[in-house]
Write a protein that binds this ligand. Structure first.
Ligand SMILES: *[C@@H]1O[C@H](CO)[C@@H](O)[C@H](O)[C@H]1NC(C)=O
Ligand SMILES: *[C@@H]1O[C@H](CO)[C@@H](O)[C@H](O)[C@H]1NC(C)=O
Length: 193
């Protein structure tokens, strides 16, 4: 009986091992990975550099998308900075733009620290995988919230008129879409990928 148990558990272990290996070699296609995002066309476009790779890893796709989002949000931040320093603003308008700019800076910090954290997910297949994953998820979604705060119509009265808001939206929203896609790709990552 003891012998049987031993055989049984080593069989179970082998099966688990095989299952684990199967997961580890699972790759994806760009289209498949992008299906789960909110902006799939943007997602596919962002990942063009991987188009020639027949079996890209989801990890690599998530990293590329996050980096692309960071590059875009930096450009948007420069735009908001120029607006903030623009002439003819009222004190309230200036303060509101400054808030938006500061929030974007905080968000950028959170995105920037998510890059090495995402890499750790790829390297650390041990017990810390989920910890790194939840850090990335928390930071990226916090950054996203702050970006939409700059231009979304809230119930609160805002110092910024519609034309300023839509100018900000025009720059920030394309970046926010890429960042939202990065989050959706990270959400799909599982241990072993
Ligand atoms: C919006 O505010 C800006 C900055 O004060 C001003 O230059 C612009 O004319 C305003 N636009 C409208 C449509 O009120
Ligand atoms: C969002 O921006 C505000 C400043 O506008 C800042 O105080 C806050 O910490 C930011 N939150 C995040 C999560 O970045």
């Amino acid at each position: 009986m003891a012998r049987f148990d031993l055989a049984f558990s080593s069989l179970t272990l082998s099966l688990l091992y095989i299952a684990g290996t199967a997961i580890a070699t699972t790759t994806t296609s760009i289209e498949e990975a992008c299906k789960a995002t909110r902006y799939p066309a943007v997602c596919v476009e962002t990942l063009q550099a991987h188009a020639t790779d027949p079996q890209p890893s989801l990890q690599a796709l998530a990293e590329t998308t996050l980096s692309a989002g960071i590059a875009k949000i930096k450009q948007a931040k420069t735009f908001v900075s120029q607006m903030t320093n623009g002439k003819g603003l009222s004190a309230n308008e200036h303060a509101a733009l400054k808030d938006c700019f500061d929030g974007m800076g905080d968000g950028l910090d959170q995105l920037t620290q998510s890059v090495p954290e995402l890499r750790k997910m790829g390297q650390d297949q041990g017990g810390d995988f989920l910890w790194h994953k939840s850090n990335v998820q928390t930071w990226v979604s916090a950054a996203l919230t702050n970006y939409s705060d700059c231009y979304e119509d809230s119930d609160e009265p805002t110092a910024l008129n519609g034309s300023i808001k839509s100018a900000i939206r025009g720059h920030v929203e394309p970046a926010a879409q890429v960042i939202s896609n990065a989050l959706a790709l990270v959400n799909q990552l599982q241990q072993g990928h």
